[in-house]
Design a protein around this ligand. Structure first.
Ligand code: ADP
Ligand code: ZN
Length: 429
C-alpha cells in the first residue's frame, strides 16, 4: 500500500480519526460566510461519534451556486492557489478553491488511489482527459507525478497523436473516459495496430457512469485492465474512491471524507448495503470545507472486507445520478439500465443515444444503437430481426418497448468529454 498506516487502519481508530477531523472541520467551516450562518447555533461538542454527523444540515448544489464564488472560503483569497469548476453537466457550474495544502492532500489521495490498482513509479501515464477546468486533467496529473510516474499531459482528442505517443513512450497507464475508450480501441485497430501489441496494461476509467458490461467490453477490446475511478469537483475531483486490483468496488478514502448513503426522499441513512444517494463531508480540506454534500450520485456500501487488506469501505459503481432518471409513461428508467442491455449484446458496437420526444400527447423513446460493421448487412430482414431483438431485450429491463434505430458504426456524434447519453426534447415547447 502507499500508506499502510492509514489505508489498513483499524476501523475503531479510523472512526476516532474521523470524529476528531470532523470537529476541526466544523470549527474551520464556521470561518466561512456560508457556514458561519448555517452552523451558527451548532455546538461542536455534540459530535461524539461518527454517527453524530447526522445532526448537521445538508449542503446542496444549490447552496454552492448561491454562494458562488467565495461564500464557502475559510481564508482570505490570497491564501488560495487554484480554482476548478465542475463540468456543469447538470446546470450552472460551481467553483472550488484550493490552498497549496489542499492540492498536496489531493495529490496524495490520487497517488494512493493509483497505487491501489497497480500503478508504480516505473510506469508512464498518459492523461487523455481534458485539462482546463475539469478536475480529471490536473487532478490525475499531479497525483501521477506524486507517485513518480512519467506523466504525459496529452489531453483529449487527436487520436493519431495519442497512439504515437503511447507507442513511442511505452505508455503503460492510460487515464481515459469510458465512453471514449471504446471509440479509441476501435481507432487503434483501424490505424492498423493490434491492441495486444500496445504497451499499456492499466486504464483508469471514470468521470461518468458506466456499467460492468461496458468495462468488460473496454478490457476485451483494449487488452487492458480497467479500474473504476470516482470523484467530483466538490470533493476535490478524482481520487475520492478507487478500485484496487481486486475490482470489487471502490475504496472510499475515509481519512479524508466521511461518506453516508441516504434515502434521497427522507434524508435518513439507508440500511447497510442498500442503494441510496451518496452524501460526502470533507475532513481534510482547509480552504473550502463542505459538510454533508448531497452528491445526487446513487450507490451503496459493499458489505464485508476486501482481500487487499484496506479497511476503508468500498462503494459500488455509481448506477447514475438521481437527476438522470427519466420518467416515460410513468415508468422510471435510468440510462445505465439501457447501457447494460446494449453492451451485453455481441452485435452492438461502441455508442448509443437515447432520445425522448413528445408526439401529440404521448411520449416516445428512441434508442439509437451503433451496430458492429460485420452485423450491418444489406438484408433488411436480418436487420429488422436484430432491431426487434434489441427492442425486446430492452423491454425486459425497462418494461417499455422503445423504438430502436440501428446506426452504422461511428455515426453517432461523440463528445470529447463526458458522453451525452440522453436527449430529451419533451419540455421544449
Ligand atoms: P459535473 O457534475 O458537472 O459532471 P464533475 O466533473 O465534478 O462535474 O463530475 C462529477 C460527477 O461525475 C460525479 O458526481 C458523478 O456523477 C460523475 N462521476 C465521476 N466519476 C464517476 C464514476 N467512476 N462512475 C460514475 N459516475 C462518475
Ligand atoms: Zn481492496
Amino acid at each position: 500500500m502507499y500508506f499502510d498506516s492509514v489505508e489498513a487502519m483499524d476501523r475503531a481508530e479510523l472512526e476516532q480519526l474521523q470524529v476528531e477531523r470532523l470537529k476541526k472541520t466544523i470549527e474551520n467551516a464556521k470561518k466561512s460566510p456560508f457556514y458561519s450562518e448555517r452552523l451558527a447555533d451548532f455546538n461542536v461538542n455534540d459530535i461524539r461519534t461518527a454517527d453524530d454527523i447526522t445532526k448537521l444540515p445538508f449542503t446542496t448544489k444549490n447552496d454552492l451556486r448561491s454562494q458562488y464564488p467565495h461564500g464557502l472560503l475559510t481564508k482570505p483569497l490570497e491564501d488560495f492557489v487554484r480554482m476548478h469548476a465542475s463540468s456543469g453537466t447538470t446546470g450552472t457550474p460551481t467553483a472550488i478553491f484550493y490552498t497549496q495544502k489542499d492540492l498536496d492532500t489531493w495529490a496524495e489521495l490520487m497517488a494512493r488511489s493509483m497505487y491501489a490498482c497497480g500503478c508504480r513509479k516505473s510506469d508512464t501515464l498518459q492523461n487523455m482527459s481534458g485539462y482546463g477546468l475539469f478536475t480529471g486533467g490536473l487532478g490525475i496529473h499531479y497525483g501521477s507525478e506524486r507517485l513518480g510516474m512519467i506523466t504525459i499531459p496529452s489531453g483529449a482528442g487527436n487520436t493519431k497523436r495519442q497512439i504515437k505517443l503511447i507507442r513511442d513512450h511505452n505508455v503503460s497507464v492510460l487515464h481515459i473516459i469510458p465512453s471514449f475508450a471504446l471509440y479509441f480501441a476501435q481507432q487503434v485497430q483501424e490505424a492498423g495496430f493490434k491492441t495486444e501489441d500496445m504497451p499499456w496494461r492499466i486504464a483508469l476509467i471514470g468521470a461518468e457512469p458506466h456499467t460492468e458490461e461496458a468495462r468488460a467490453k473496454i478490457e476485451e477490446m483494449m487488452n487492458i485492465k480497467a479500474y473504476n475511478s470516482y470523484g467530483l469537483s466538490e470533493m476535490n475531483g478524482p481520487g475520492v474512491a478507487f478500485e484496487c486490483i481486486h475490482q470489487t468496488g471502490m475504496h472510499l478514502w475515509e481519512d479524508a471524507y466521511i461518506a453516508e448513503i441516504i434515502d434521497p426522499k427522507t434524508g435518513e441513512h439507508v440500511a447497510e448495503g442498500e442503494i441510496g444517494e451518496l452524501v460526502m463531508t470533507t475532513i481534510r480540506r482547509e480552504g473550502m470545507p463542505i459538510i454533508r454534500y448531497r452528491t445526487r450520485d446513487l450507490t451503496r456500501f459493499i458489505p464485508g472486507q476486501c482481500e487487499c487488506g484496506r479497511t476503508h469501505r468500498r462503494i459500488d459503481r455509481i448506477t447514475g445520478r438521481a437527476d438522470d432518471m427519466m420518467i416515460l409513461k410513468g415508468v422510471n428508467i435510468y440510462p445505465m439500465q439501457i447501457e447494460q442491455c446494449l453492451m451485453s449484446m455481441p452485435e452492438v458496437g461502441q455508442n448509443y443515444l437515447i432520445e425522448l420526444v413528445r408526439e401529440g400527447v404521448s411520449d416516445h423513446m428512441t434508442v439509437k444503437v451503433e451496430i458492429k460493421e460485420e452485423f450491418f448487412v444489406e438484408d433488411m430482414r436480418v436487420l429488422q430481426g436484430l432491431q426487434k431483438k434489441i427492442a425486446k431485450t430492452l423491454c425486459s429491463e425497462i418494461l417499455l418497448t422503445p423504438r430502436v434505430e440501428l446506426c452504422q458504426h461511428d455515426s453517432i456524434p461523440k463528445t470529447e468529454g463526458k458522453a451525452v447519453r440522453v436527449i430529451d426534447t419533451r419540455d421544449e415547447d
